[in-house]
Design a protein. Structure first.
Length: 178
């Protein structure tokens, strides 16, 4: 894992249509809708409680822990136009195939799919990491059946690098070469 980031700016970013901010426990009820009728839940790679509120709480608690220990993690993504929490994205410190990597990770509520938000989010995180020279390359780990996330990675300038296993799940690793 990479050392803890010490970049306060990470927690206050903007892109064309979106704002990125720290998550808080106040986001649980809004994020719980991500876990309702979402066909992509099997691609998360780690079991979540069946109750959407419990799943959202666990997700947010993980991010708060990442903030404390790594200085980064998933950020809440707010649509500027509506003020709605539409998803999460961030740079996650990972060890993949024995190498330290920063994963550009993203999740979007299904009602906001197919609007280009995934690409905008992923691009913002990759550009932030590159601007601050955090790593020689950035990756996204994606289940091979998750066609939407593969398209987002490709739109973010990433290409297929290799296959791996992460949290007992087969993944394809897309990335920037560095």
């Amino acid at each position: 894992m990479y050392p803890k980031l010490e970049l306060d700016r990470y927690f206050n970013q903007e892109s064309e249509r979106l704002r990125y901010r720290r998550l808080s426990m106040d986001d649980i009820s809004s994020w719980a809708t991500f876990f309702i009728d979402n066909p992509n839940l099997p691609y998360l790679g780690r079991g979540f409680p069946e109750d959407p509120e419990e799943a959202a709480q666990l997700w947010i608690e993980r991010q708060l822990d990442r903030y404390e220990n790594w200085g980064a993690g998933h950020l809440g993504v707010i649509e500027k136009k509506s003020g709605a929490l539409i998803g999460m994205c961030g740079l996650l410190s990972r060890e993949i195939e024995g190498k330290n990597e920063y994963e550009v990770a993203y999740s979007i509520k299904p009602t906001f799919w197919r609007k280009g938000y995934g690409t905008e989010m992923a691009r913002q995180m990759k550009e932030f990491g590159m601007e601050h020279k955090l790593a020689p390359r950035f990756v996204s780990m994606i289940h091979p059946d998750n066609v939407g996330s593969i398209k987002v990675a490709q739109n973010n300038g990433m290409t297929f690098l290799f296959k791996s296993t992460y949290q007992e799940m087969e993944v394809e690793v897309y990335g920037t070469e560095g």
